[in-house]
Design a protein around this ligand. Structure first.
Ligand code: MEV
Length: 315
């Protein structure tokens, strides 16, 4: 093993969360301005230690959700025939944890990249996503794979569970404002809640899930034709379905209402909900500044801005 570093990005689900677990498409984008880095440094002894803002200590002693990374690293060390190798794993992240920005998948992505580089092994995208599934399953129970597909990408992704993610072009116009409620989201609980609702009342819940899928397809068409008004309408339609599924929250609704009152073309939660972040679509940069002010006034604890022309895959 040699010292090596892996990086990954925050992710934003533009549209399709939750329904994606049931085979509907989703569109998500990496946010390259919000980065995570994992550095692995070999030690002379056999200790395996982690240093991060989320957890610091012996890798084996971490509790969930970080224990997902413990399981991932243990399986990777077996793969590399290096189970007794000592190391320090240092994670530096600008992502807020448990806010729907993909912090667990971004951690897994960067750790996988760092370990492959540390063992001088080539890493395919398919293998990376396979490995990320180990920690994501431990943390979330039934992940679609969307988060890892996006935190490991450099351009926006069209994603269908069980299929290789595909790049999707974004227009050059349009800006997303991302705002944090400051409340932790609980991906596992939110995913389990939708599963329980589907099981209890499939006749009511199935149309909500297929309705989100239909909104995702309208959003893809709106992106392809640079129709920001239609894109905003599809975001609003998906928020309505997500709220009916029970994964919104009063803090999210407060920010979504504030954004719409400030003229957002569309606004919705992003990620698993029940806390975490929301997104609002602005027509242009000046409008985004007004949305940022409105969301800050409404109590957002952090606000970020992502111009579509930063998305590289733009049309
Ligand atoms: C979480 O970021 C996204 C969900 O759709 C779960 C998943 O796709 O695994 C809620």
């Amino acid at each position: 093993m040699k010292t090596a570093t892996g990086t990954s990005f925050a992710k934003i689900i533009l549209i399709g969360e939750h329904a994606v677990v049931y085979g509907q498409p989703a569109i998500a984008l990496p946010v390259p301005t919000i980065q995570l880095t994992a550095t692995v440094t070999p030690r002379a002894d056999h200790a395996q230690r982690v240093r991060s803002s989320y957890y610091t200590g012996a890798l084996a002693a971490a509790a969930l959700p970080f224990a997902g990374i413990t399981q991932l690293v243990a399986q990777m060390l077996t793969h590399f025939d290096a189970t007794t190798q000592g190391f320090d794993l240092t994670i530096t992240s600008a992502l807020p944890p448990e806010r729907g920005m993909g912090s667990s998948a971004a951690t897994a992505t960067a750790v996988i990249r760092a370990l492959y580089a540390a063992f001088d092994a080539p890493l395919t995208r398919a293998a990376l996503l396979e490995w990320a599934g180990v920690s994501e399953r431990a943390i979330h129970g039934n992940p679609s794979g969307l988060d890892a597909a996006t935190t490991s990408a450099t351009v926006p992704q069209w994603f269908v569970k069980g299929h290789a993610p595909e790049p999707i072009a974004f227009p050059t116009r349009g800006t997303l404002v991302i705002a944090d409620t400051g409340v932790r989201g609980q991906t596992k609980a939110a995913v389990a809640q939708v599963a329980a609702a589907l099981q209890a009342d499939p006749a009511r819940v199935t149309p909500l899930i297929t309705g989100i899928g239909a909104a995702v397809k309208r959003a893809a068409h709106a992106l392809a034709t640079s129709d920001l008004v239609a894109l905003g309408a599809s975001l609003n339609a998906s928020q309505q379905a997500l709220a009916t599924l029970g994964v919104s929250s009063p803090a999210l609704e407060r920010l979504i209402t504030a954004a719409r009152q400030a003229g957002a073309l569309g606004a919705k939660l992003t990620g698993s909900g029940q806390g975490g972040c929301m997104i609002a679509l602005a027509a242009d940069g000046a409008h985004a500044d007004r949305l940022i002010a409105a969301l800050t006034d409404a109590g957002a604890t952090s606000v970020w801005r992502h111009d579509f022309d930063e998305s590289e895959g733009h049309a």
